[in-house]
Write a protein of this length. Sequence first.
Length: 247
Amino acid sequence: MQIPFNPQLFGYDINIHLVLEYLAFFLAFRYYVILRRKITDKINTNNRLSIILGAALGALIGSRLIGFLENPLIEFSQQNLIQLLNTKTIMGGLFGGLLGVEIAKKIINEKQSSGDLFVFPIILGIFIGRIGCFLSGINEFTYGLETSSIFGMDLGDGLLRHPTSLYELVFLVLLFFILKRIASHFTLKNGDLFKLFMLSYFGFRFCIEFLKPNIFYIFGLSTIQILCVICWLYYSPFIFQKLKHAS
């Protein structure tokens, strides 16, 4: 199979990344529905729907905002502006969704933590989306730098590059099973599983961004990496609490 993978259907080119992106949303939501049926949700249906709406709006705004901030020095032509408006990133979506949920919970006065139920559906959704990123090769800005290591792959430009999307797929599989094991073998406070997911994923993305052809703005960090630091600072009380109990 050649990368980028450009399948055709009835003579029309299929945007495989877009197809898998929509599939990721659909399957992740179906997985969420299945999981919610298996447990007694402490949050009533109306409040849960409000939380989902807050997450969706926050994710939409956050994904576009961070996508824009990844290219702050771009020339503002009509073509570039359209491209910027279509730019989005899962990192901004996750953190924006987190803030959207917190705002929604403040409005409806919901005190229960709501994130644990979303953890595994989110991992599934990201996994499917990253398959699309890998199959798109250099057509998606998720490819890695050139490398002479045994992991180098031709992603469509004739150069051997880090297949960072594949690295992330492996990480997501490991994270899925590790969090499943933690959830089944340890007694966690409501909300802790989601915090562990966010800290793990944002920590991974902070590291792997060094393998991508990013623009590094502040302290040698890219926009995504700065967002990762913000996320870790946001959860710093949780980190210190766990470290204190472990000592």
